[in-house]
Design a protein around this ligand. Structure first.
Ligand code: NAD
Ligand code: UDP
Length: 309
C-alpha cells in the first residue's frame, strides 16, 4: 500500500515509518520539522519506497494514497504551548485537510488522539465512554480541545461522507528518538540523570501516569488501522500506573550517579491521575503492551546515552 504519515519525522512517526517500510509498503512522510528531525528518518532517505515532504498539515496536501496516519502535532506541553494558536490550527485544520484528502481518494484515515481528551479525570481508570473533564480556557486547552475537535471532525466526516476512520487515544508513550529537550517527563528524567543534574519533579510527585513503550504502541496502531468493524475511539496505552516519584527512583536506579529529586511548582491543569482501561483494545485487537516500564526505561536510557554528551 501507499501510506501517508503526517508528523512522520517525529518520535512516534519515525517508528511508524520504519515499521511500515519493513512490511514492504511505500511511505510518504510529511512534516514541518517543528519538533521532528531529519535524523529520525535519515536511514530511509535512500529507500525508493520512502518519500519525504516538508509541508505544514494546516495547508492542503494532495497525494494518491491508500492509508493516512495523522500524527502531525507537537505532543509535549512546552512545545504545544509555545504557540498555542498554531497548535489549535494544526489539530483542527490538519484534521480537515487529511479528512478531505481521505474523502477524495477513498483512503482509510487514522487519527492520533490522546488521553488528554479525558482532561483531569474523575473516572479512574479511563474507559473510552468517559467524556472527560477538560478546562476549555486553560494552558493545556489548545492541545486538549484541538484534539477533541479533531475527533469530532473525524466522526462527522465518517457519518456525513462515509470516510473510513480509525481514532486512537494514546496514553503517555516513551522510547528512543524522543528529543533530549522534549520536555516530557521520561526524557527529562533520563537526560537529567545522565548529565548528573537533579531530577525536576513538578508538584509533590504523587500524580500518576501510565507509560507505554513505543514498540508496543506502534503494534497497536498497525493492528487497529488494519482491523475492521470499529472506527474507535480506542485507548492504547500501558495500564501500569506510577507516581512521578516512583518513575524518578526507577530512572536513578537504572542510570546510577548522584542526582537528587528537586521539587518545582505544578503546571496549571496538570492531571492528577491517568491510567487507560484497555479492555476494548484487548477484545477487538487482541492487543496489550508487552514491555514493562523497567525494561522500556533500560532501552531508552541506552538510547539517550548515545545522544547526550
Ligand atoms: P512529536 O512532537 O515527536 O511529533 C510530532 C511531529 O509532528 C513532529 O515531527 C512535528 O515536526 C510534526 N508537526 C507538528 N506540527 C506540524 C504541522 N503543523 N505540520 C506538519 N507537521 C507537524 O510527538 P509524538 O510523541 O511523536 O506524537 C505524535 C502524535 O501522537 C501527535 O499527534 C500527538 O498528539 C500524539 N500523541 C502522542 C503521545 C505520546 O505520549 N507520545 C500521547 C498522546 C498523543
Ligand atoms: N513532570 C515532572 N517533571 C518533569 C516533566 C514533567 O514531574 O520534568 C510531570 C508533569 O507535571 C506531569 C507528568 O510528569 O504530571 C507527565 O508529564 P508529561 O509532560 O510527560 O505528560 P502529560 O502531563 O501530558 O501527561
Amino acid at each position: 500500500m501507499r501510506i501517508l504519515i503526517t508528523g512522520g519525522a517525529g518520535f512516534l512517526g519515525s517508528h511508524l515509518c520504519e515499521r511500515l517500510l519493513s512490511e514492504g509498503h511505500e511511505v510518504l512522510c510529511m512534516d514541518n520539522f517543528f519538533t521532528g528531525r531529519k535524523a529520525n528518518i535519515a536511514a530511509h532517505l535512500g529507500n525508493p519506497r520512502f518519500e519525504l515532504f516538508r509541508h505544514d498539515v494546516i495547508d492542503p496536501f494532495k497525494a494518491e494514497v491508500d492509508r493516512i496516519y495523522n500524527l502531525a502535532c507537537p505532543a509535549s506541553p512546552p512545545h504545544y504551548q509555545h504557540n498555542a494558536i498554531k497548535t489549535v490550527k494544526t489539530s483542527v485544520m490538519g484534521a480537515i485537510n487529511v479528512l478531505g484528502l481521505a474523502k477524495r481518494v477513498g483512503a482509510r484515515v487514522f487519527q492520533a488522539s490522546t488521553s488528554e481528551v479525558y482532561g483531569d479525570p474523575e473516572v479512574h481508570p479511563q474507559p473510552e465512554s468517559y467524556r472527560g473533564n477538560v478546562n476549555p480556557i486553560g494552558l493545556r486547552a489548545c492541545y486538549d480541545e484541538g484534539k477533541r475537535c479533531a475527533e469530532t471532525l473525524f466522526f462527522d466526516y465518517h457519518r456525513q461522507n462515509g470516510v473510513d476512520i480509525r481514532v486512537v487515544r494514546i496514553f503517555n508513550t516513551y522510547g528512543p528518538r524522543m528529543l533530549p529537550d522534549d520536555g516530557r517527563v521520561v526524557s527529562n528524567f533520563i537526560v537529567q540523570a545522565l548529565r548528573g543534574e537533579n531530577l525536576t519533579i513538578y508538584g509533590d510527585g504523587t500524580q500518576t501516569r501510565s507509560f507505554c513503550y513505543v514498540d508496543d504502541l506502534i503494534e497497536g496502531f498497525v493492528r487497529f488501522m488494519e482491523s475492521t468493524g470499529l472506527p474507535g475511539p480506542v485507548n492504547l496505552g500501558n495500564p501500569g500506573e506510577f507516581t512521578m516519584i516512583e518513575l524518578a527512583e526507577m530512572v536513578l536506579k537504572k542510570v546510577g550517579g548522584k542526582s537528587k529529586l528537586t521539587f518545582h511548582p505544578l503546571p496549571s491543569d496538570d492531571p492528577r491521575q491517568r491510567k487507560p482501561d484497555i479492555s476494548l483494545a484487548q477484545s477487538h485487537l487482541g492487543w496489550e503492551p508487552k514491555i514493562p516500564l523497567e525494561e522500556g526505561i533500560e532501552r531508552t536510557v541506552a538510547y539517550f546515552k548515545s545522544v547526550v554528551g
